[in-house]
Unconditional design. Structure first.
Length: 201
């Protein structure tokens, strides 16, 4: 199966970039190539990380305002979402380095034993964003408060909660975006193994 981009026109260049693409691709039935026009949101590569303290059995989550949820009353009715620590890759930066940097910027949280859980397209029908989801270990003692970079207009509240509380938020729908759902579902399946590896019964 082949495809080619016939034309790419910039439409908008702001917080994200938007382009209009005219392209052609093979069809499954082998018939004449299909030519389509699509708008593409260029968001780059995002990275999220779920820090966990196996000694205290606590995870670090963050809460912040999200414009995508400000007009939607069908879920929790609030644009302040509880998420994992996350940010975007800068040029030449590895995904793991982003996880380490963002943990410090968003939660003053130093992480170790960083491991990649999944990488996936967030919404391939209209965006080229690829998300890398990590898990890491940390010491949650003293963590919390309000963090974020002033120059990025960040206003981030840090939640240090028990694993069980995080699972309750997950099951009740209080956590309602893909990245933390994926991270917490993986963590719930692997929590006992992680604690055993840390020497905790």
């Amino acid at each position: 199966m082949k495809w080619r981009i016939l034309d790419k026109t910039p439409v908008y260049d702001g917080f994200f970039k938007l382009s209009r693409l005219r392209l052609q691709h093979d069809k499954f039935d082998g018939d004449e190539d299909l030519e389509i026009t699509r708008e593409l949101i260029d968001k780059g590569h995002a990275v999220g990380v779920l820090p966990y303290d196996p000694v205290r059995d606590e995870v670090v989550l963050v809460e912040q305002f999200r414009v995508g949820a400000c007009e939607d009353e069908s879920l929790n009715g609030t644009p302040w979402l509880i998420e994992v620590i996350a940010g975007y890759k800068e040029s030449g930066e590895s995904a793991e380095a982003v996880a380490i940097r963002e943990a410090i910027e968003e939660a003053d949280c130093h992480i170790t034993d960083v491991q990649l859980l999944h990488q996936y397209y967030s919404s391939a029908g209209g965006s080229n964003e690829i998300i890398h989801v990590f898990f890491a270990l940390t010491d949650t003692q003293g963590l919390g408060g309000i963090h974020g970079l002033d120059e990025e207009h960040e206003d981030i509240r840090v939640h240090v909660v028990s694993s069980e509380q995080a699972f309750k938020w997950l099951d009740s729908g209080r956590i309602d975006s893909a990245m933390p759902i994926i991270a917490l579902q993986w963590f719930r399946m692997n929590r006992d193994r992680i604690r055993a590896e840390a020497g905790i019964a």
